[in-house]
Design a protein around this ligand. Structure first.
Ligand code: IPE
Ligand code: IPE
Ligand code: MG
Length: 241
């Protein structure tokens, strides 16, 4: 297993989640409009996905648009929708050829019919791939995710006494994926901003001041190396049972 501990090889995280933050400040620093930052940030995804494939990471989740991001000026929101559509048009085939399985986390409701169709197409085209699962959290909120899981459980009529943590895992958007081992947030912010609130209970956090469009495979390597040096305890005492 990728996460197995051996003396000479530090463990590689199975699942890396990234809050791709700082596009706006990256653009401002260059005197560019915020959308130029979002475009540069989206361009950056390709090399980070390839690096994950090379490292043998099996799951990657990228936070691209939160349920709270609707509160931004409508031109920025429209631009972000356009950029996601363009990303799907431009990158799906190459991702498919790399063996990437695309997933969408969040509500499709609220997106235009055209964008919904693009998302469904990309997910469908890549559904049998297994080298890397790339989940894009778009119109995603951790609390909404929990609410939707609860709704699904209630709708099935599962009795209260049969509900346990696994029931939630089975009905939440990331079902079938392991919890993130590492969560990276770029741009110097140290908060979760309603990202995978349920799934990150024991995740290792790694923060960098680098803005997302400047985040390179070397930074990813730093995070992976640091993860390899961390001691995860999950509430226990390592080396004793
Ligand atoms: C992250 O960059 C992308 C989204 C939230 C859509 P920001 O747009 O939040 O960039 P900053 O934080 O304003 O620099
Ligand atoms: C979180 O970043 C969402 C994404 C990166 C998509 P924000 O920039 O929206 O978060 P806050 O507002 O700084 O907490
Ligand atoms: Mg931000």
């Amino acid at each position: 297993m990728a996460d197995a501990v051996s003396a000479d090889q530090p463990p590689v995280p199975q699942h890396i989640a990234i809050i791709m933050d700082g596009n706006g400040r990256w653009a401002r620093k260059r005197g560019l409009p915020r959308l130029a930052g979002h475009r540069a940030g989206t361009e950056n995804i390709r090399s980070i996905v390839s690096a994950c494939v090379d490292y043998g990471v099996r799951y990657m989740t990228l936070y691209a648009f939160s349920t709270e991001n609707w509160s931004r000026p409508s031109l920025e929101v429209q631009g972000l929708m356009q950029i996601l559509g363009d990303f799907i048009d431009r990158e799906t085939r190459a991702l498919h050829e790399q063996g990437v399985h695309l997933r969408h986390l969040g509500r499709l409701e609220g997106l235009s019919d055209k964008l919904k169709q693009k998302v469904r197409y990309a997910v469908d085209m890549t559904r049998n791939n297994s080298r890397l699962t790339l989940a894009i959290a778009f119109n995603y909120g951790g609390r909404t995710d929990v609410v939707d899981a609860v709704r699904a459980i209630v709708a099935k009529g599962i009795p209260a006494e049969e509900i346990d943590e696994q029931t939630i895992n089975d009905h939440i958007s990331t079902h079938g994926m392991p919890d993130p081992d590492v969560l990276i947030r770029t741009s110097g912010e140290w908060r979760l901003s309603n990202f995978l609130i349920w799934q990150t209970a024991y995740t290792e956090y790694w923060f960098t001041p680098v803005f997302w469009p400047d985040f390179r495979p070397e930074h990813l390597k730093q995070a992976i190396d640091e993860y390899g040096r961390r001691e995860r305890r999950f509430g226990g005492i390592n080396g004793q049972s």
